[in-house]
Design a protein. Structure first.
Length: 260
């Protein structure tokens, strides 16, 4: 028996033509095999042919392996977007990041693209979002989910698979307005659905002082770094977080661009 593919695209139960076209387009874009199963055969049978599947279903795109699954989607960002739509101005990307319409933002740790969705809404259709993700399955999931959602109120989010340190090194100075980081930092995100799978698939590299300096060169205005409140990660970079309510488990630090 041939060795299983590390990652493949599959369809959920539906044989809907547009769903199949969406799955095929994703497989082509990322150079992944598309696995089809026989009628009524369970999806888990495909896990003999691939270790991990990107599954296109009618209601969601998800990642599935033998240990679990996680659905792509806005997750907690949906609540943040609702509050912004009601006119609230205290989202950290507003309060700390001061993102405004038309800005270009590079999200250097895209993950499920929750922060990227909020940033894309704040900079609006005249802005631009580039999301970098080093884990191939997470990049594929984010891209497939964002492509399906589309939003005319938000900037388009371009997803690139790569190491953000390398991407930043290749970019000219002041070529975006804002760079965002939300590294794994070993933080306890246990309350988030899909956390277990994120931890298994995500790149655990911490943010290094060298990459932070590159980000300060590439940003025209500011670099934002998100961290768990009780993590020593910000302190180890010589940073302090901005004010956050006592109950907030997550905090943000801001560092001015080098050109400022
Ligand atoms: C905590 S998650 C980010 C969650 C994201 N802020 C969100 O709102 O969904 C961190 C992500 O950064 C990715 N990552 C870590 N180091 C990276 C690097 N050097 N380049 C690109 N992505 C990286 C991990 O694979 C993981 O998906």
């Amino acid at each position: 028996m041939p060795a299983p593919h590390p990652l493949a695209v599959a369809l959920s139960g539906s044989t809907d033509g547009s769903l199949r076209a969406e799955a095929e387009a994703c497989a082509t874009r990322w150079g992944l095999p598309l696995l089809l199963r026989a009628a009524k055969a369970p999806l888990r049978g495909l896990l003999d042919e691939a270790e991990l599947l990107v599954v296109f279903g009618e209601d969601a795109v998800s990642l599935r392996d033998r240990r679990g699954h996680v659905r792509g989607g806005a997750g907690l960002a949906a609540l943040r977007l609702k509050e912004i739509a009601k006119g609230r101005t205290d989202d950290p990307l507003q309060r700390v990041g001061e993102l405004v319409a038309g800005e270009r933002v590079l999200d250097a740790t895209l993950g499920f693209a929750q922060d990227a969705r909020v940033a894309a809404r704040l900079v609006g259709p005249s802005g631009a979002l580039l999301g970098i993700e080093s884990s191939l399955p997470l990049a594929v999931l984010a891209e497939a989910t964002l492509r399906r959602e589309g939003s005319t109120a938000s900037a388009p989010i371009e997803v690139q698979r790569g190491d953000s340190g390398a991407v930043l090194r290749a970019m000219p100075a002041s070529s975006v307005d804002v760079v965002l980081f939300d590294p794994m930092f070993g933080r306890a995100l246990a309350a988030q659905p899909g956390f277990d799978m994120l931890r298994r698939l995500a790149d655990p590299s911490p943010l290094t002082p060298q990459v932070l300096t590159e980000a300060r060169r590439v940003a025209r205005r500011v670099v934002l770094i998100k961290s768990a409140r009780y993590s020593p990660a910000l302190r180890s970079l010589g940073l302090r977080h901005e004010w956050a309510s006592r109950s907030a488990p997550v905090v943000w630090a801001r560092v001015a661009a080098l050109s400022r």
